[in-house]
Design a protein around this ligand. Structure first.
Ligand SMILES: [Zn+2]
Length: 430
């Protein structure tokens, strides 16, 4: 039998050669510019851990870019020592190593990188960094409104190697007449009732699909519990008509608006079915601090998965920290897949364990292994990719060691998770 090290090394080397489809990212448009070298460290998701250990006041002082960074380093250094072993901190350390060849986060190392801060406005630099990371395509989320309007009326540009998501909350989280009219203007349609509103949304969705939209995306879990009810059209119409009949009126969020919000969500899922587009759903942990993860547990959406059996749902962030719930959903429902975007650095050990466990209970054809979930900060993307490769290699090499399957099977699964599954699921045709 192989030693663990040999098996891991073989697999890790193979995984480094597999092209990656980044199943969720936020790199819309150029990134940066960096204000100073500390900004490289206090970027991506790591500031949440700084906030978590230092608290709001000290964290704000550390991030106050109006003060010289060397002064703020004195505040940050003792905090770094308290949070430098999390997944996010690992991402920072690897970013410094991979991009700047620095082994540690120190005052001296930051002084050395100060003159080498990249300009992400340069598309060629972005493209070469993606090449180095092995990312052949990325599904970019957070398309700006002006870009959508340009897409509907003309010919917009896209960032390198990108296709994009069509955001749903913008269309069902509507709270007043102006919200409705803003979306009507976007579609260049008159909207005076619920049916006309749905037609305007459908028109925009069709245009966005034709311009490179490959999936819908919904991140309502940041604001509301994802336990969608199934209200009747007349309940939704009552709310819609109350809003639109008086432009001075704003209904209470979320309770008063909920029949409309929930009804529209279901209608958009029917459109997803008709347009043959999957629906990516934010589940599990949320960016920032002070949010309530219970309302984001994928288990709350079980009735939705049962109702919309012909809609393909891609559940994000490995539903952290509710792995058992999402493993059940993906095992039980043919219309549910698991997406490990962001999870690889939220909690690398959770990810390794859940990836390993998923092999024994969820068909491996239903796993999407990677998503950067980052703004355009390529040092962090490179680091995130490397951590993900480690996670996949650790999970699958352990199964080889335990004789669950052979090394070739492990390689086949890794390739499926990183490339073949998302290529097929999102109809990318690569
Ligand atoms: Zn995201």
């Amino acid at each position: 039998m192989r030693t663990h090290a040999t098996c891991y090394d073989d697999l890790r080397q193979y995984i480094a050669s597999v092209p990656i489809i980044d199943c969720h990212d936020h790199s819309w448009g150029p990134g940066g510019p960096y204000k100073d070298p500390l900004h490289v460290v206090l970027n991506g998701y790591f500031p949440s851990d700084v906030y978590s250990v230092a608290g709001p006041s000290l964290c704000a002082q550390i991030q106050d870019a109006t003060k010289p960074w060397e002064e703020r380093w004195k505040l940050f250094e003792p905090v770094w020592k308290l949070c430098r072993h999390t997944g996010y901190a690992q991402c920072v350390r690897r970013a410094l190593k991979l991009w700047y060849d620095e082994d540690e986060v120190t005052l001296e190392s930051l002084k050395r990188i100060e003159s080498r801060l990249p300009d992400y406005g340069d598309d060629a630099l972005v493209d070469s960094a993606l090449e180095r990371a092995g990312i052949v395509k990325r599904i970019v989320d957070g398309v700006p409104l002006d870009w959508i309007e340009n897409a509907i009326n003309g010919k917009p540009g896209l960032c390198p190697r990108a296709v994009f998501t069509i955001g749903l909350p913008f269309w069902h989280d509507i709270r007043c007449a102006e919200d409705i009219q803003q979306r009507a203007r976007m579609a260049r349609m008159a909207v005076t009732n619920l049916d006309e509103y749905l037609a305007a949304a459908r028109k925009c969705f069709e245009v966005l699909k034709s311009k490179g939209g490959v999936t819908f995306k919904d991140q309502s879990a940041y604001k509301r519990a994802i336990d969608y009810g199934n209200p009747s059209k007349s309940e939704a119409e009552t709310v819609f008509n109350r809003i639109i009949s008086d432009h001075r009126k704003a209904l209470g969020y979320p309770d008063e608006l909920r029949p409309l919000d929930d009804y529209l969500f279901h209608q958009f899922l029917r459109m997803a079915r008709e347009m043959d587009l999957p629906v990516q759903v934010h589940t599990g942990h949320m960016a920032g601090n002070w949010n309530d993860v219970r309302k984001a547990n994928a288990a709350l959406m079980q009735p939705v998965f049962e109702l919309h059996q012909e809609v393909r749902f891609d559940l994000f962030h490995a539903n952290w920290p509710y792995s058992g719930d999402v493993l059940f959903l993906a095992k039980n429902y043919p219309n549910v897949t698991i997406n490990f975007c962001w999870a690889n650095i939220i909690d690398p050990i959770y990810t390794q364990q859940m990836m390993k466990q998923s092999v024994s209970c969820v068909p491996h054809g239903k796993i999407h292994g990677y998503g950067s979930d980052l703004a355009p900060i390529l040092e962090h993307v490179l680091a995130h990719v490397e951590i993900m490769r480690d996670n996949v290699a650790i999970a699958l090499s352990q199964l080889v060691e335990e004789e669950w399957f052979g090394l070739d099977d492990a390689k086949e699964i890794a390739e499926a998770w990183l490339f073949s599954n998302p290529n097929r699921f999102f109809r990318l045709g690569l």
